[in-house]
Design a protein around this ligand. Structure first.
Ligand code: FAD
Length: 292
């Protein structure tokens, strides 16, 4: 199943995003999480590509394993970081050999300690160029791209960022997967702006349930997502109580996801951080239209 088909065939797409673990204990935990998550019949599972271009082979290995052992389509994330066009093409060939037919085409981040992303000589500068490259080599694969309801941190204005997102759509993306967000109204405004720009591909909501406040504070500080004051206050009040943080975070995500479903969102992409429990509780509680 390719990304395009998911949102054409299913009334509501559900996908999970995992990352390649760095330790053996992490591998064991991921496998346990995958067993539980795949029981929820997601439309696909995506696997990230390490910052700075690390874990490139692990991304492909895990995608192949998900398709082989769990019979669930996999989407391999892929960034421009540190690679020439020739190296990007080699990686695409390796993905093709492993039977991977879906990609999340990303630029990637500036290396730690640097403010701006620099393309390597003979490499690509923006994700729209990566979408073009993938489409030119493999016209029929599924391609997802990133969108930012609260603006990409490097973009000077929301307008500029939206214009750049349209470049990725025009280059051949099949669906937009958003950065994590906690303010649904920002997502709805973003979706409306894209509609005004005649973007008709699905805009899929990226949801990261809060299970650990300190970790989410670090993640949102990096990616620019805004934690609502009320929610931050509730979490601040229980900062020494891990269980209470999880309960507040999951409760918030249930309400957030139910509103997204009710407002006709095409799908949710869960950033599961290799743990299944919060997503299972959300999926148990939210009324989601699924084909039988
Ligand atoms: P782009 O779309 O290229 O945009 C980057 C910046 O450049 C934006 O500010 C944009 O407005 C501007 N811009 C874009 N095109 C142009 C243009 N033609 N001219 C001028 N300005 C332009 N990172 C990883 O390292 N590995 C992952 O696996 C990964 N997975 C992700 C999955 C999702 C769903 C999301 C939302 C993000 C993911 N990221 C990942 C993070 C991503 O790499 C960063 O957010 C990165 O800073 C931007 O990537 P992009 O693809 O959005 O870049």
């Amino acid at each position: 199943m390719r990304i395009k088909d998911v949102y054409e065939k299913s009334p509501f797409g559900i996908s999970f995003e995992i990352f390649p673990p760095k330790t053996e204990a992490g591998d064991v935990a991921l496998l346990e999480g995958l067993q539980r998550l795949t029981a929820r019949s997601p439309d696909f599972i995506s696997c990230t590509y390490g910052a700075g271009g690390s874990t490139q082979d692990r991304t492909l290995e895990l995608c192949e394993m998900i398709q082989r052992d769990f019979q669930i389509p996999a989407t391999a994330h892929f960034t421009c970081v540190g690679s020439t066009i020739e190296q990007l093409n080699n990686w695409l060939d390796a993905a093709d050999l492993r039977g991977i037919q879906n990609f999340m085409a990303l630029r990637g981040d500036a290396p730690a300690g640097s403010d701006s992303f620099e393309a390597v000589s003979g490499g690509l500068k923006y994700a729209n160029e990566l979408v073009e490259l993938i489409r030119s080599r493999f016209p029929d694969v599924g391609i997802g791209v990133a969108g930012y309801p609260e603006k990409h941190p490097e973009a000077s204005t929301m307008e500029f960022d939206l214009d750049n997102l349209v470049r990725k759509v025009d280059a051949g993306a099949d669906a937009i997967f958003t950065q994590l967000f906690y303010h649904n109204e920002n997502f709805f405004r973003f979706r409306d702006e894209l509609e005004r720009r005649s973007v008709s591909i699905p805009v899929v909501a990226g949801i990261m349930p809060i299970t650990e406040f300190a970790r989410i504070k670090r993640i949102t500080a990096m990616c620019g997502a805004i934690i609502p004051d009320g929610l931050a206050g509730q979490l601040e009040a229980v900062q020494d109580d891990a269980e209470a943080q999880r309960a507040i975070g999951v409760d918030y995500a249930i309400k957030q996801c139910q509103q997204l479903v009710d407002e006709g969102v095409r799908g949710i992409h869960f950033y599961v951080l290799n743990k299944s429990e919060a997503c299972e509780r959300i999926l148990d509680a939210v009324q989601i239209p699924r084909s039988v």
